[in-house]
Every structure is written in C-alpha cells, then in structure tokens.
Design a protein around this ligand. Sequence first.
Ligand code: 0PR
Length: 381
Amino acid sequence: MNKKIAEIISKLLGFYNETPKHYEGKILGSMTTHPHSLAVYAYNLFIHTNYGDPYIFSTLKNMEDEILIEISKWYGETKLYGYITSGGTESNFLSMISAMMKSNCKNKIVLVPDTVHVSIIKASKLLGFKLISIPTNNSPVDPGVLENYVRKYDPCITVVTAGTTELGLIDPVREVAKIAFEYSVYMHVDAAYGGLLIPFLYKAGKIKQDLKFYEGVSSISIDFHKNGLTPIPSGIILYKNKDELENTCFEANYTLYGKYCGLLGTRPGGSVASIWAMIKYFGYEGYYKQANNMFELARYTYEKLQKIKDIYVYKPILPIVVFKHRKIPYTELLYRLVQKGYYLYKSPSVEGLRVVIMPHHRKEHIDEFVRVLQKLVNERR
Ligand code: 0PR
C-alpha cells in the first residue's frame, strides 16, 4: 500500500479506536444506533448519487416510490406523498414551509406544546414565525387547552409530537387533528422518534394511542436514522396532499430536473437506497418485532432501576426510561456516570436522566449499567 495512505489509515484507526461504539452498550442516552450492514452496503453502493438531482439519478425516484407505497400501507393509507430528508430537523422545517405557503396562513404563528423539539423552535426563528408555547407540565397536551389557544391566536400551524425527546410522551394526535380540521389549521406531527415505534406498539396493544393521518393531519416526519437502522442522515416527511409537498420545492431551471426540493441542494442518494433496503429487509413484521423487543427491554430497565434505593423511575410510554435519585442532583449523577464511560442524556424538565433503549441494546448492557449505578449511589452515601 502507498505509504501516505497507510499512514493516514493508521491515524484514522487511532481515532476510530477512541470513538465509543454502540455495541459496547455504554451509549445509553442517544437516539442513534449502529446501522445495519445491508443498509451500509446500500448506502455505499449509491455513494456517487445525488438525490437532489432525480433526473440523472432517476433510479432513486423509483426507490422513493416503493418506499412511499410501503410506508403508506403501514399508516393505513393507499397513497402518501413524501420526500427523503436529512432527518427530523429538515422534515420539521419543511412542514413549516408547507404551512407558510398556504393561502390561509394569515398569522405567521406556530402553536406548540412546550415539549416540542428544538428543531421547531429553530425553524420558527429562521422562518420568521412567532412561537406560542402551551405549558403542559410534562404531560401530553390537553386538546381542550390547545383549542382555546387556537381560538385566541388563530395560528397558521400547530405541531404536536408523537414521541417527545425528553420523556417519550405522545400528544393526542387524533383529538388535535379534529381541532386542526375544524379551524383549518395546518397540523404537523413530529414523529421523528416515535414514527417507527407507535404504529407497531399500538398494534401489539402496548400503547393506547395510534399514529395515523387522521382527518386534519397534513404531514408527519419519521426518522430512519433513529430506529430504522439506516446510516445518518435519513428521515422522511410524509404528506397527505401532493401540493403541500410541492410547496417545499423551488425552481432551479438550469438543472435537468428544473427544481430543488427540501432544504439541501446536493443530498445523499445513499439515504434513499438504505431506507429502501431496510424497508425491503425488515418490512412491517421486522420493525414490529424490533419495536416490541425495545419496549420489553425498556420495561426491564424500569423494573431493575426501581430496585435501587432512592431511585425514582418514570414508567416508560415508549422505550425511554427517565429516572432520578431522591438525594443526588441529576447533573452530579450524570457527571459520575460519564466518568465511568456512560453516555446518558438529561431530562431537565423533570431533573432526571434519560436512557433511550435503541435496537443495539441488550439485557446484559442494562444489567451492567444498573450494577455501576448501584455502586455509584452506594459510594456517595
Ligand atoms: N424531533 C424529535 C422528537 C427528536 O427527538 C429529534 C432529535 C428531532 C426532531 C430532530 O431530528 P434530527 O436530529 O434527525 O434532525 N432527537 C435527538 C435529540 O435531540 C437527536 C439526537 C440523537 C441528539 C443522538 C444527540 C444524539 O447523540 O436528542
């Protein structure tokens, strides 16, 4: 091998060796996982392609069609429209662009429960929206309260979340959709995290709420780079109505395709290929099984953590387990866990720490984590 390349590879391996790996089971708070080898193969095979130019790379459009046909079935629809994005942030941005472009968007106001993801706050700032936040006290938003806000502010768009980032709460999508329909408000559901969990867990009878395009829902975002086992970046935004998708496209008549859709210009075709491969490989059944396994492991984590003295654990709705110690501040506990090589996230709204069960987690990882946590708590006494 060329000496220079050998040196670079050796240095790269050095960096790689120091990088935490998901399979070690210590990345416990992040909504990422190691992508499936077939998804990586698909991504690499299409490494030269640009989804931003679906004229040259029209095969990506064909794969996109097949992805949409399959996901439409999962969501009980015959035909949804959609676009492969770089993830939840871009999908959420696009929903706000779609809403903004509608003729009935009189007031540039976005109405959200205060549990909304930061990407909506970011989008509202950049797009010049006024954000009205409904206090929820860490619960799913109360539809009656939301309706009062709709009456008072006449918003252009409301965004609810199906699987909130901190606690995994599911806002009442069906009830809010009714209100959105009645008052002609654009409604977006941010299911970046919950989109590949909720339909399956509902079917299995593990949660009470389903996620669908109820009358009144205009768009839903779902990330594949969270629970879909594809490489980063890969998400999708789904629309019921084709015009709303078209509103996120901008003319670029010097290109063969004539327009650019979404926020990015040049964008990875590998994202499309890897989503296509995972959908074909796992299908409904595979994702159903995975969601249920993750749910069971979250329950297991909940039960094990409860056994540690002075630890309070929130009962998981989706596979997110939040806990806190009655005496040790959560920031201190986090710091101590980080020192032991564990990566958890904070749930500041409840002053707790968050474990997100992802597809790579195994019972042994949880057993070891609980052992380390128990020891830390004992040492602190
Ligand atoms: N909507 C919800 C409900 C989310 O939880 C997230 C990301 C997004 C939208 C935005 O998605 P993208 O990050 O794909 O644009 N939630 C995680 C979070 O904010 C993202 C994440 C994942 C951050 C792993 C850090 C990390 O290590 O926590």
